[in-house]
Ligand binder design. Structure first.
Ligand code: E4P
Length: 218
C-alpha cells in the first residue's frame, strides 16, 4: 500500500520522507490556506522533496477554467497530479487532462457510482472520503470496500483507490485489509501508527539493563 501525506506543511513532509514514509502528497485548498503560503511555491517545494505524485487542486468550477488551472498547476513540476472535484465539469477536465498525460486525482467521492465515473473519465486516482462519511453517521469504510470490489471486477480500469479523509489508524488498517492501493494520511495519523506503549516500555527496559552492563557498542 502506498502512503501519501495529506498536508501542505513542507517541514512535516521532509521529515516523514527521510523516514521513507512518503510515496506522494495530497493537498487541498483548505490545507494550502492553513499553510499560509502561496500555492505555487508550496507545490514546487513539495514536488522537489518527493518524486511521487503531489496532488494540487483546482479551484475553478467551470470546465474551461478548470482545464486552464489544471494545465497551469501541471506546469509547476512533472510529478504534479491535478486534483479536480467529482462534478460533471471535473470529470470533463479529468478526461482531457488525462488524455494529455497528466495524472488526475478526482476528489470528494462519496459513493461507489461516483468512483466508477471517475475511473471512466480516466482518473489516475479517485479519492473516496472515509472520515467525512463517518461524521454523518454513514459507514465510510463500506464505501472503500465497495469501490475496491467494483474496480476488482474490471481490471481494465487503471484508476487507483486513494483512501482519503483518514482520521485514525483503524481507518488505515481496515483500508489496507480491503486492498486499497493508496492511503493519504495526515502527519499526526502517521505518527500514531508507529506508537505503542509496549514498544516504549520494552525499549526502556532494554536500555536500563544495558546500562547495568557498563558496555558501549562503539
Ligand atoms: C484528500 O485528498 C483530502 O485532502 C483529505 O483527505 C480530506 O480530509 P478531511 O476530511 O480530514 O479534511
Amino acid at each position: 500500500m502506498k502512503f501519501f501525506v495529506d498536508t501542505a506543511e513542507v517541514s512535516e513532509i521532509r521529515s516523514l520522507a527521510e523516514a521513507g514514509l512518503v510515496d506522494g502528497v495530497t493537498t487541498n485548498p483548505s490545507l494550502i490556506a492553513k499553510s499560509g503560503r502561496r500555492m505555487a511555491e508550496v507545490i514546487e517545494e513539495i514536488c522537489a522533496i518527493t518524486p511521487g505524485p503531489v496532488s494540487a487542486e483546482v479551484t475553478a468550477t467551470e470546465f474551461e477554467d478548470m482545464l486552464a488551472e489544471g494545465r497551469h498547476l501541471r506546469a509547476i513540476a512533472s510529478n504534479v497530479a491535478v486534483k479536480v472535484p467529482l462534478t460533471e465539469a471535473g470529470l470533463r477536465a479529468c478526461r482531457v487532462l488525462s488524455g494529455e498525460g497528466t495524472l488526475v486525482n478526482v476528489t470528494l467521492c462519496f459513493t461507489p457510482a461516483q468512483a466508477l465515473l471517475a475511473a471512466k473519465a480516466g482518473a489516475a486516482f479517485v479519492s473516496p472520503f472515509v472520515g467525512r462519511l463517518d461524521d454523518i453517521a454513514t459507514d465510510g469504510m463500506r464505501l472503500i470496500a465497495d469501490v475496491v470490489a467494483i474496480f476488482r471486477n474490471y481490471p481494465q480500469l487503471k484508476t487507483e483507490v486513494l483512501v482519503a479523509s483518514i482520521r485514525h489508524p483503524i481507518h488505515l488498517v481496515e483500508a489496507a485489509k480491503l486492498g486499497a492501493g493508496v492511503a493519504t494520511l495526515p502527519p499526526a495519523v502517521i505518527r500514531q501508527l508507529l506508537k505503542h506503549p509496549l514498544t516504549d516500555r520494552g525499549l526502556e527496559a532494554f536500555l536500563a539493563d544495558w546500562r547495568k552492563t557498563g558496555q558501549s557498542i562503539l
